[in-house]
Ligand binder design. Sequence first.
Ligand SMILES: NC(=O)c1ccc[n+]([C@@H]2O[C@H](COP(=O)([O-])OP(=O)(O)OC[C@H]3O[C@@H](n4cnc5c(N)ncnc54)[C@H](OP(=O)(O)O)[C@@H]3O)[C@@H](O)[C@H]2O)c1
Length: 245
Amino acid sequence: MSDLSSKVALVTGGSRGIGAAIARRLASDGAHIALTYNNSADAANAIAEELRGHGVEAEAFQFSADETGAAAKLIDAVVERFGKLDILVNNAGVYHVAPVADSEDSLFAANIDTNVRAVFEAVRAAAGHLSDGGRIVTVGSIAGLRGFPGASVYGASKAAVASMSRSWSREFGARGITVNVVHPGPIDTDMNPADGEYAPMQAGMTALGRYGTAEEVAAAVAFFASPGASYVTGAELSVDGGMGA
Ligand SMILES: NC(=O)c1ccc[n+]([C@@H]2O[C@H](COP(=O)([O-])OP(=O)(O)OC[C@H]3O[C@@H](n4cnc5c(N)ncnc54)[C@H](OP(=O)(O)O)[C@@H]3O)[C@@H](O)[C@H]2O)c1
């Protein structure tokens, strides 16, 4: 646990899965939480209410990452509501996969628009609002570090945010703002359920022989967000059970 009290964190895609775990973890560390949903308004509002019950301020915002300009509106709305922004967690993402020979243009667009362009737009919009000493943490993927059949565009989208983050770490460093990436392996969520068709194969590709939990990813995000990580920037941490080893 670290002391994030009085910090304001925005977690995109906080309605479910890894994002919900990140929102809960940062709130338990004391941060006030803005979390977003695309369609799951009820789930997001329920999490916000739960977090308020733990004594922090929390509010859910609608955010469609595939819409150009939505990220800038989101950042403005969060800063208006909370008065500032200290921690930006780019977690919202989609996973559209198919062998390249069978891939539609829409697969390319969906992965790139949501996983890359929206992150770029969010960081650009947040740049003028983030407090000195702030944090940017982006959720990548093991698929951004190694190849998987069918995941070429998804993997490229995650490699892209990791690459952008390395440059951003140098752009924001003078203000003490750190920029880091967490690369999950197979994590049990709606996106990649541990009882799915390809789950045994994925678990078998890890050193630990199992799926990870959303909470295990949230712990890594919380580390990058913490005061103790003040000298860690431009870094990438795999939380993948050793899948990339
Ligand atoms: N699960 C894994 O094995 C795994 C592995 C590596 C990386 N990741 C990455 O981890 C992140 C979270 O994944 P997850 O497993 O938690 O996924 P998930 O359970 O499918 O949840 C996705 C979250 O993103 C939101 N979202 C989806 N499409 C969106 C859009 N177009 N605009 C705005 N928000 C959108 C969803 O909102 P709604 O609830 O409103 O739909 C939800 O909050 C993603 O970036 C993913 O690529 C996951």
